[in-house]
Structures are given as C-alpha cells and as structure tokens.
Design a protein around this ligand. Sequence first.
Ligand code: HEM
Length: 589
Amino acid sequence: MDMFPGFSSLTWTPVDPMVPASIPAKVLFGAVGSGTPSRNYAKDSETAFVAGGETFHGEPLVQDFTKVTWVRRASIIWTKMSLVRNLEQDFCAAILLLIWLFAHEYVRCKSRIPGFKGPFGLPILGSLRDIQRGNAPWIYRQWSHKYGAVYQVQLGNIPMLIINTADAAKAILTGNSHATISRPEFYTFHKIVSDTSATTIGTSPYSASLKTRRKTLATALNRRAVSSYSNHIKTETLLFLREALKNGKAGQTSIDPGPLFLRMNVSLGFTLHWGTRLHKKGDMFHEITQVEEAISNFRSLTSNTQDYVPLLRLLPFNRTSALAREMGARRKKYTTVLDRELDIQIAGETNEPCVRANAKLDPDSNLTALELESLNATITAAGLDTMQATVLWGIAVLCMRTDLQEKVFQAIIERYAESDLLDDVPEGQDVAYLSAFIKELLRCYPATRLSLPRTALRDFVYDGKVVPKDTVIVLNAWACNNDPEIWSDHDVFRLERWLEHPDAPTFTFGLGSRMCIGSHLAVRELYVLFLRILKFFELEAGGPMDIDPITGVANTAATVSGPKPLQVKFVPRNKEDLEVALNAVELSQ
Ligand code: HEM
C-alpha cells in the first residue's frame, strides 16, 4: 500500500532562477520518484516546490505546496532538520580533523632529533612524497649539500638520520659499532610478512637469537667456507654459459640474461642451504622468484606508505597488507617442502653437506625451529636480487663500454692459456683488471643504494650531538661511494682507480657490526662468472641500454636498484670449441 499518496510521483522545479521553469525536473535532477529524501540540498528544500499545473507522462510536473498533506509537511520539516544536523555534523567533523592535525603535527615536531638539521616536509607525510616521487639516494645526496653530511628526514612521524659521506659513515657505523647494531621494525614487513614466515637475519633487531643465527650463517659464508663451494660455483657458472650459448643461438639472437642468472643464483643458494640444486625443482623456480621479489619490495624503505602513516592500515580493503600476508604464507610453503625433503635425507644419512643440515646435526648448535626457519628465509632472500642487479649492471656496462670489455678480455687471456677456465678457477683474484672491474661495478652500482637501515641500541654522540636510542639510521651507500673527498672523478667508471688505490673504501656491503656476511661469496661468484663470460663470449647490446646510474634504474622505489630489462647477444669467441668443451664438462648434480 502506498503510505503517502502522490508522494512517489512528486517532482520539483529548481529554485535557481537561472534555470528555466519549463525544463522538466526529471531532466535536471535525474530520475525522481522513489520519494526518498536525498542530500541534494536544493531538492530537499521546501522552497523547491512552486505552484504550477504542467504534467509530464501524465503526472503533475509541479506541485502546489499549499496542497501538500500534513504528512508531507512533517516529512519536509524532518528533512530540513536533518540538513541542519548534517551541517552541524560536518562542522564538528572538520573541527575534530583540525584538532587531530594539530596534535599530529605537534607529535611530529616533538619526534625530531634535536640538533640535526633537515627538511620539515608536509603534515602527516613528512618527506615521504619527495622521496617516493624520485630517486631517493640521489635526492638525499642533493639535500646533504644544504643540510650537511648527516641530517634528519621524517617519513611520516619517523625521524631518520641519513649518512651521506664516507667520513661520517665510518664515524657513526664503525666508531659506534655496538650502538648501531640493531635494525628497526616496520609494520608491513615485520608485522604482516613475518607473521606468516620468519624474519631474515638482515631484518632482525638485535637479540641473543639474532647473534646465534648470524654466527651460524657467517661461519657458513666466511672466506674458507666459500673456497669449499668452488665446485658448486663451477657447476652453476658453466650452466649459465651453456644456457647463454643455446638460448642465444650462438650469438644470433638477443636474450634477456636476467632469468638465466636468476636461476643460477637461486640454485646456488639452494645448494648451499638445502644441498639440492634448483633444476630438480623446476616448478618452484617461478614461485620462488616471484615471491622473493615481492617480499624484497616490502623491505623497501620508501614504498610502503602505511609503515609511516598508520591511519592507512585501517582501510578496509588494504591490498598491501593482503599481498604481504599472502607472500609470507607462500614463502613458508616452499621452504617447508624443502625442509621436509632434507629431514628425510638426514634421517637416512643421504644428505649433502649444507648449512641447514650442519646446523641441525651440530650438537653445539641449539637453533630452534623458528631460528632454522629464519636461516631458510635469509638464504632464499639474501643475495638473490642484490646479485641479480649487480650482474645485470655489469653486463650492460660491458655492452656499452666495449673498450673496457676488450681491456679486461686481454688481461684474462694474458693470464690464462686457451682452455684453462672450464675447469676450476684458481683461488684469489689473479686478473687485476677483472678484479678492478668488479670493484668499480660495486662502487658505481651498489645494489642497495640505501643500505639496510639500523637503529641505535643506545644513545651515542656524533659531532657533539646526541643520537638518541631507537633512532633509525640509513647509510646512503651510493653517496658515500661517490664521495668527492675520496674520488675527484667519482662520476667516471674507471678501472685504473683500483690499481692506484686498491684499499680505498666502498660502502656497498655496508659497514660495522651488521655488515653483509655474504660479501665473500658475492665477490667470488661475480669474479668467476665474469671471468668465464668474458673468456668465452663477446657481449653485444641487442637493444637500447641506459647505464646512467640514476636514469637507468628500473624501479626507483624498490629496495634493490637494478637496470631496465636488457637484450644482449652472447657471441661465442669460438663457437665449435666452446660447444665441444661445455658438453664434455661433467657437472655435479
Ligand atoms: C652484490 C651482492 C650483495 C650486496 C650488494 C649486499 C649488500 C648488503 C648490505 C648493504 C647489507 C646491510 C649491511 C649493513 O647494514 O651494514 C647486507 C646484509 C646482509 N647480506 Fe648481503 N649483499 C650481497 C650479497 C649477499 C649474499 C650472496 C648473501 C648470502 C648468501 C648475503 C647475505 C647477507 C646477510 C645475511 C645480511 C644481514 C647481515 C646482518 O644484518 O647482520 N648478501 N648485504
């Protein structure tokens, strides 16, 4: 039954005198007829009703207000009151928002580190937008010209000290190594990803457990241990050559070397940790690389806005949190499969020597299940994207700087006879130019340009100012590597600098108490890989390449700064000999 006869067909003409009364109200307001008062102020207003007698589709177009029933009048008065109430509510909401904003800004001001200069940034966001919009290490270096070598930025409410010069890095991270031994915890990575999968060593705050885990992995990755992995490195690098030769049709086709190297690196990590090579687990490859890349981005210092603006975490459809949770769970799934397989092998005494088996079998090692899981996460994550980025920059530089490629190649053949290098590569780095190339590569293209952040475990003093406990400290490794106090020609990719100053510092692997523990493995792998690539192939660019360290970066928001995708021709220096030699080599399974 219609409770309000005539109400549902009620139509209005606008109060706006500029609108001709002859235009049907349905055209002006859209379809009318439900009778439900809406928040269109003109429509809700009593003055919207004027007398008239036209009809539209048989209904009166304009209704005489004097004929409106008492029920309708009550409805109109109620609507008017609602309008006033809505305005009151809006006003109160605006006042509350303003108060919250002032309170927030007060807290933000209070959280600044006394004595350190730095940009103030925007309300709520601080300097987050500036950093997210550009290339953070470059922007931080620009700001250091204004605010000094060490200054503060605020990302949301969180103040961070940014270190931009070599001297400051040494003073803070080496000079106060114990005070700077911890890592901060961020919402997305530590509360969401690590809720479903353990935290890696590199993202764990300082604790007794971190000490034990770090010691276990550092022992497995020290110089002596790395030299015992030469057989694994040989297998993986020779497989890389085989794939480059085959996929690139002996130099006739350009290929993207990214996936080849990724497979090689993941496989090496698996062998060292679980004693099993990746090719046996073909299906897992895409899953692992996809998940680890996504998780790496959750570690990003700049891209997770919700880490700095807690309000965003309340959004009902929070895609970042949902994705972070999913990736953590997916990582746990494949590491669990690998753990189970290794456990069966350990029980049957058929396992290969590897980090996890050593840790489980060592009677002195008391690692808990969660700590072992942290080692899993570390080995799958650490070194994966960092090594990938470094190798790809190296390949791009060699394609674009053919003079350097020739120089290093000549140095290699001077040192090695024709076919020596398919067998073991002698320990050490006996091709000085190649060694210099790797150092220069790491200097100009540090994979993590902003090193993994630290937090102060306790107060310490730098430059006469107190750095309070819990302050987040970020090393701008890229700026330190380009410090004009160390190199007057820091913008040039020049190998000879490392022959002139072999002990000059680089900041690519960090500094002090939480420095990278995989650096020996990383440098060895880079050395052996480039030695073999350059000995057997000539590299040609198969498409445009931007090797500028700033404009050439693929994703400036990512934790790791790799180059844009490459297309490369791997032209064998001697196709027949290489094919025969590579097929003859027996590779460990
Ligand atoms: C070119 C390759 C690599 C680069 C540029 C790199 C860079 C870094 C950096 C900058 C840090 C933080 C250091 C600091 O806070 O001072 C780090 C930490 C770490 N890296 Fe690497 N890394 C590389 C390869 C590897 C490899 C191959 C592994 C192991 C398989 C590895 C394992 C680790 C671990 C476990 C940590 C955490 C150390 C801690 O927090 O105590 N890295 N790496």
